[in-house]
Design a protein around this ligand. Structure first.
Ligand SMILES: Nc1nc2c(ncn2[C@@H]2O[C@H](COP(=O)(O)OP(=O)(O)OP(=O)(O)O)[C@@H](O)[C@H]2O)c(=O)[nH]1
Ligand SMILES: [Mg+2]
Length: 207
């Protein structure tokens, strides 16, 4: 019997393949407290379909998860987010979003391995949640920028006041951000890359 098998060719989608011009790949982490928009940022900016590990929040979290300010949240990251964005023909960023709930923070060690920098997302309604996050980054000595994610009912504070409240050094860049907007999320990542570049330049000049 004549039998022709025409299996579909399975392989990477064209948008998943990096152009040959890419010469530098940098790993960055997206960190911040519970529900500040980390998964949203990775999802809005990634040029590949992002990997998420979202689970439905259940009654089991009552009394464990602090839902103040994010009462309408139904899903939470339990392991990581992953995405990718090419910032130029040569430079690609690999994005690793961390889980925000403190009970999953033990996963940060693995996620931070090999990372060159971090974007810290903050929500001005729950600024206190950022203190532990910033403390952990400072302990690790990982360079970071702070992105103030704009929630509609969040109080507005000038950047200088936020900087003072978080006791941030003057050389840590701060940007406004709407994690739902691709261009805004991209700007936050570009701010981090410029910061990393400036730190490298300063370090090599002082040698
Ligand atoms: N208005 C507004 N809503 C946002 C923004 N970013 C995220 N959200 C919403 O805030 C909620 C929480 O966002 P997530 O991206 O899940 O937050 P997360 O930091 O990943 O949360 P965890 O992983 O649970 O810590 C979602 O309903 C988003 O749609 C923003 O910039 N503006
Ligand atoms: Mg998340």
């Amino acid at each position: 019997m004549d039998c022709k098998i025409s299996e579909p060719v399975v392989g990477p989608r064209s948008e998943d393949v990096l152009p040959d011009s890419i010469s530098t790949a940098v790993k960055v982490v997206i960190v911040g407290g519970f529900g500040v928009g980390k998964t949203t940022l990775v999802g809005s900016v990634s040029e590949i379909r992002p990997l998420t590990t979202e689970e439905t929040m259940t009654q089991a979290g009552v009394g464990v998860d602090d839902l103040a300010g994010v009462e309408r949240k139904t899903q939470t990251t339990v392991a990581m987010d992953f995405g990718r964005i090419s910032l130029s023909e040569e430079l690609v960023l690999y994005l690793f979003g961390t889980p925000g709930q403190q009970r999953f923070w033990f996963l940060w060690n693995g996620l931070f391995e090999g990372a060159l920098g971090a974007v810290v997302l903050i929500d001005t309604r729950r600024l206190d949640d950022s203190f532990d996050v910033l403390g952990r980054l400072e302990e690790r000595g990982l360079p970071f920028v702070v992105a103030v994610n704009a929630f509609p009912d969040a109080p507005f504070y000038p950047m200088s006041e936020l900087r003072a409240a978080m006791d941030l050094p003057d050389d840590v860049p701060m940007v406004d951000c709407d994690a739902r907007e691709r261009s805004s999320s991209r700007d936050a990542l570009l701010t981090l890359v410029r910061h990393l570049y400036a730190l490298t330049t300063t370090a090599s000049e002082s040698r």
